[in-house]
Design a binder for this molecule. Structure first.
Ligand code: 5GP
Length: 143
């Protein structure tokens, strides 16, 4: 995936946005959607995406990037609280050289605990019941 590639409307996150593919949603508003990463690097790993069709940091509008940041800023304390995590990472990858695998702009929120190593990027499928329970805790922490 090159940074200059045209937007692919069939990418998995575009299909999640159109409800053609299932996802466990934790938050949504007019400009953004947040849902559980299906292959979490640590428990509680959440993705925030714009509704706008944008591939990466170079092609997203500043307004959509700001909306994603605003949603991540709202969600991070809820994720932290739900997972009782003393720390967390916010990450955003651009191009396959940087490790980006889905060509729709997204921000990762990854809870971190001392001594708990992260799993590799997109390596292990989560248990869906466990993911749904974590999502329930995150949604509860948001209210
Ligand atoms: P990237 O590698 O592009 O920065 O991150 C893509 C993320 O999307 C990975 O963490 C991967 O686990 C996650 N992912 C890939 N396919 C799906 C999917 O179908 N549903 C969900 N919820 N997450 C996905």
């Amino acid at each position: 995936m090159q940074l200059t590639d045209a937007y692919d409307p069939q990418n998995i996150f575009a299909r999640i946005l159109r409800d053609e593919m299932p996802s466990i949603r934790v938050y949504e508003d007019e400009m953004t959607l947040a849902f559980m990463d299906i292959m979490p690097q640590t428990p509680g790993h959440v993705l925030v995406i714009p509704r706008a069709a944008s591939t990466n940091f170079l092609t997203i509008s500043p307004e959509d990037a700001a909306a994603v940041m605003s949603t991540a800023h709202k969600l991070a304390p809820a994720v932290q609280h739900a997972m009782q995590a003393p720390g967390f990472m916010v990450a955003q990858l651009n191009g396959s050289a940087a490790g980006q695998t889905v060509p729709h702009y997204h921000m990762h929120i990854i809870p971190r605990h001392e001594g708990l190593e992260m799993l590799g990027h997109g390596t292990q499928m989560a248990d869906m019941d466990e993911l749904a329970e974590i999502a329930r805790r995150i949604r509860a922490a948001l209210t």
